[in-house]
Design a protein around this ligand. Sequence first.
Ligand code: GRF
Length: 192
Amino acid sequence: MKIAVFVSGNGSNLQCIIDKCKSNELEGIEISIVIADRNCYAVQKAKIEKIDCITVDRKEKWQLNIDTLLKERNIELIVLAGFLTILENNFCNQWENKIINIHPSLLPKYGGKGMYGLKVHQAVIDNKEKESGATVHFVTTHIDKGEIILQEKIDIKEEATASSLQELIHQIEHRLLIKSLKLLYAKAQSTP
Ligand code: GRF
């Protein structure tokens, strides 16, 4: 299964997929291309691994070109791994049930426009939540509202801060993303 990974940040989730592909834990899955919407560490990670990588210009209308390119490459799944640009409705509809996203909260809580990075964890702490976690879900035209694929919870300790929570949840994200990829690959294999 050829996948495209969309990134905007540090690329730790990208690196995790790369490592698991290399170790054969994600046997059958291949990162065909990385798409970045800015110059970021994730781009360097892709380059080090010699994975094709395109950095799009957010000021341009790039989604139509990328849509064509992904189809030419027979991409079967798009993974948003810390991708901050909101995808256009047309793009989401073209790739219905073929785009997944990792979000650092227990969706539907703490999702939606503007809910990314530390803001998510700060809101969780401010609301004195007892638990948080990560969610992998399908992407639709409604931000963070697509069908949930997998979710994992953790208890929040009294002394937790937004940054300590972010660090903990980042680790959950990595394994949840890999688990989700395995699940979707198995499903794709069993569908005629
Ligand atoms: C993660 O927290 C992910 O949930 C969010 O963006 C962050 C990306 O981290 N969507 P990284 O770039 O994979 O390290």
